[in-house]
Design a binder for this molecule. Structure first.
Ligand SMILES: [Zn+2]
Length: 390
């Protein structure tokens, strides 16, 4: 059993973060997996690894003037993206669903709602009527997925997940099923979708899962502006596609946008990032990110995604903070320019310079403090050490 020293709460600069363990309150549910979401006294709480233990974290609403610099930048980015969500029906995108009968009903309703809500943001990237297919399937649909002309292409990637889910492992994860813009027959269409374990419910999935629908769907938007180039083909150098679409842009910024569109209030948005970073913070290279110079070093190392085995994954949390900073400081329209300018077929560094005036080095140097802020925000929780153990 773990207990937290009551006095530890005073170490928190503001009464913004609170930590409870299952032992601390009889009514508190048991943390079963990192990222688990429950309501505790009506408040959204997430199970997170803290100081080698596991605890419930939550975020209370507070006045803007009391937000830290890191949080104020987050609020600017969050509002910039939220303000770009249209209140009107989409003009261009028509969603077409391909949903398995095995897909859990509760999640089906949620993911349809999330797809429709994301459409209100993503529709502005299109200038003509376009179909976006949304595929929602489970491990029970393996045969159908394998025989599908598009989903079947990378179907073997799912083998390990299906094996885990059937064995009852890693069932807190949903995963991307497909994310592309291209032709199946005749006209190019968007194709996006996710897989969930057929036994899952909203309560059995981690908080991270709540942005995966919008994340995969955002790749369709990114792909729309590289579609012509995809058709021409590439002469790829040693850095492959990453020269044009580096992981911090491809994955990191897909997370920035998807998280902002999926978290419906700012407190949930802060909670998402805090929980996401806490889930990663004790592993390499995240545990080295204790200074701006360390962050700039890692950003350079992951630029083309191949420096070390974790480099690709590193781009998700680190890249999402880099582009959150960019959107806060330069606006969502400037970020959109980068997406549009993929059409120019230039290496990403040139696109970035044209779209924002920044070089890669400037982007890294200027955003590093904000990225560090994200890790320090999570580390604050790690300073709350449990003092009594039995
Ligand atoms: Zn992705």
């Amino acid at each position: 059993m773990k207990k937290w020293q009551a006095g530890s709460f005073l170490l928190v600069p503001i009464m913004f973060l609170s930590i409870l363990t299952s032992a601390a309150q009889a009514s508190t549910p048991e943390c079963r997996f990192a990222g688990q979401v429950v309501l505790i006294s009506g408040k959204k709480s997430v199970c997170a690894p803290v100081s080698g233990n596991i605890a419930w974290i939550n975020v209370s609403k507070k006045p803007t003037k009391n937000l830290s610099k890191y949080e104020k930048t987050k609020l600017k980015a969050y509002r910039a993206i939220q303000n770009a969500i249209s209140k009107e029906a989409p003009k261009n995108i028509e969603l077409k669903y391909d949903i398995s009968a095995n897909f859990p009903e509760e999640l089906k309703a949620r993911y349809i709602e999330q797809s429709e809500y994301a459409t209100r943001l993503y529709d502005q990237f299109f200038n003509q009527p376009t179909i976006v297919n949304v595929y929602l399937h489970t491990e029970k649909d393996e045969k159908y997925i394998r025989s599908h002309p598009l989903m079947g292409k990378d179907a073997s990637d799912f083998d390990v997940w299906f094996a885990d889910w059937r064995a009852g492992r890693l069932t807190q994860h949903n995963i991307g099923l497909i994310a592309r813009f291209g032709e199946q027959t005749g006209k190019a269409e968007g194709h996006t979708g996710v897989l969930v374990p057929s036994s899952s419910k909203i309560s059995t999935l981690q908080l991270y899962a709540d942005q995966v629908v919008a994340h995969e769907y955002f790749h369709v938007i990114q792909d729309l502006f590289k579609y012509k180039r995809d058709q021409q083909g590439y002469e790829l150098g040693p850095n492959g596609f990453d020269l044009y679409y580096p992981p911090i842009f491809r994955e990191g910024s897909a997370n920035t946008v998807a998280t902002a569109v999926s978290m419906r209030n700012f407190e949930d948005y802060l909670l998402f990032y805090r929980s996401f970073i806490l889930q990663n913070i004790s592993s390499k290279p995240f545990n080295t990110l204790t200074s701006t110079s360390a962050i700039i070093k890692v950003l350079n190392e992951i630029e083309y995604g191949k420096s070390f085995p974790e480099a690709h994954w590193t781009a998700y949390p680190v890249g999402s903070l880099v582009f959150e900073w960019l959107i806060a400081e330069y606006g969502f329209d400037t970020y959109k320019k980068i997406v549009y300018n993929q059409e120019l077929n230039k290496p990403f560094e040139e696109n970035l310079k044209l779209s924002t005036g920044l070089t890669m080095d400037q982007l890294y140097a200027k955003s590093a403090q904000h990225v560090l802020g994200g890790f320090q925000d999570a580390l604050k929780l790690n300073t709350l050490k449990p003092v009594q153990r039995r």
